[in-house]
Design a protein around this ligand. Structure first.
Ligand code: NAD
Ligand code: UDP
Length: 337
């Protein structure tokens, strides 16, 4: 059985991927410092899959810890989720973002090299396309970033490319996620940010649960079907399955490659709000406010390369995403924010 190290496996996307890996018969080892997650997620992954695995609590920037993990386990490949991900926070605390995201990646790569483990799946983001050159966005579109978080992803993509150029034995899949939403059908794992959420769906969920009074829609004067921003929302379970297919691929093929993981469909904020109301039978009060600085009008993927190379495509639709997000929230505590 192949052993896979999952960094940040207690987090939102990592926990869903851990479930898919265990269900597919992989052995996994998770390392996480719970900076943005909770210990109960580790227990919930075990509950969902009825499988056990090793967990190391600690920082991926800690070389001693990583050496310990690699010397205690014969690891075949790593999936690297650990990192900070809030765009606004990255503008306020750039050094913290560069330090954590880049340092954790360098520490992981150095340790992998030392232990002769050269297979990696990396979490990048559609944010590396900046204001997209064309739509739908394909992997050859020009790359540009507008904030420190995006810059960490672009730098890491560059580091991985240089590493591969230096040693063609590496197998690296760089996954550029579009907008992950939704939760596992068990309602045991999902996205539960602390405080006031930045992202649209977690914010709407808090409005639906009356933790927040109304949604602020950031602008209705974009050049889109109804003036509100358009994004490619992808169910986190589909996204997790994309990691499984990527892993299967890199275990058999050397090289470095880049894949858009999205559905290929764009929905506006208003369309999403209406769909949320309909499938969950709730009302979401909203106000139209100014555009959010740094937002782009439209972003959706051309996901055909992932289909061709990884035999992966998203299957779950917006209704399923929004139903599962709300269902998961019913299992968590609600307090007015
Ligand atoms: P998350 O915050 O839920 O998960 C990240 C996990 O990594 C958390 O459990 C956190 O505690 C852990 N972590 C962070 N730094 C660490 C460190 N130095 N050592 C050990 N553990 C550490 O985020 P997520 O949404 O699951 O995102 C996972 C990855 O995907 C991130 O790299 C993120 O940048 C990327 N990504 C996320 C999105 C999104 O919208 N969720 C979109 C594109 C890319
Ligand atoms: N958005 C909004 N109100 C919110 C949060 C987001 O209107 O409280 C809009 C945002 O302008 C964008 C879309 O919802 O058009 C998705 O934003 P999110 O932050 O979830 O993801 P992004 O694509 O910006 O990473």
């Amino acid at each position: 059985m192949k052993k896979i190290l999952v960094t940040g496996g207690a987090g939102y996307i990592g926990s869903h991927t851990a479930v898919e890996l265990l269900n597919a018969g992989y052995e996994i080892i998770i390392v996480d410092n719970f900076y943005n997650s909770k210990p109960e997620t580790i227990e919930n992954i075990k509950k969902i899959t009825n499988k056990d695995f090793l967990f190391y609590e600690g920082d991926v920037c800690d070389k001693k810890l990583l050496r310990k993990i690699f010397s205690e386990n014969e690891i075949d490949a790593a999936i690297h989720f650990a990192g900070f991900k809030a765009v606004g926070e990255s503008v306020a605390k750039p050094l913290m973002y560069y330090r954590n995201n880049i340092d954790s990646t360098l520490t992981l790569l150095e340790t992998m090299q030392e232990f002769n483990c050269q297979k990696l799946v990396f979490s990048s983001s559609a944010t590396v396309y900046g204001d997209p050159e064309r739509l739908p966005i394909d992997e050859k579109c020009r790359l540009s970033v507008t904030n420190p978080y995006g810059a960490t992803k672009l730098y890491i993509e560059g580091i991985l490319k240089d590493l591969y150029i230096s040693d063609n034995e590496w197998s690296i899949a760089i996954l550029r996620y579009f907008n992950p939403v939704g939760a596992h059908e068990s309602r045991l794992i999902g996205e539960d940010p602390n405080g006031i959420p930045n992202n649209l769906v977690p914010y709407i969920v808090k409005v639906a649960n009356k933790e927040l009074p109304y949604l602020n829609i950031f602008g209705n004067d974009y050049n889109t079907k109804d003036g509100t921003g358009v994004r490619d929302y992808i169910h986190v379970v589909d996204l997790a399955k994309g990691h499984l297919n990527s892993l299967n691929y890199i275990l058999d093929h050397k090289g470095i490659d880049y894949y858009n993981l999205g559905t290929g469909k764009g929905y506006s904020v208003l369309e999403l709000v209406k769909t949320f109301e309909k499938v969950n039978n709730v009302t979401i009060p909203y106000k139209i406010v100014d555009r959010r600085p740094g937002d782009i009008a439209v972003c959706y993927a051309n996901p055909s390369y992932a289909k061709e190379k990884l035999n992966w495509e998203a299957k779950l639709g917006l209704e399923s995403m929004l139903k599962s997000s709300y269902n998961f929230s019913k299992n968590t505590n609600h307090k007015k924010l």
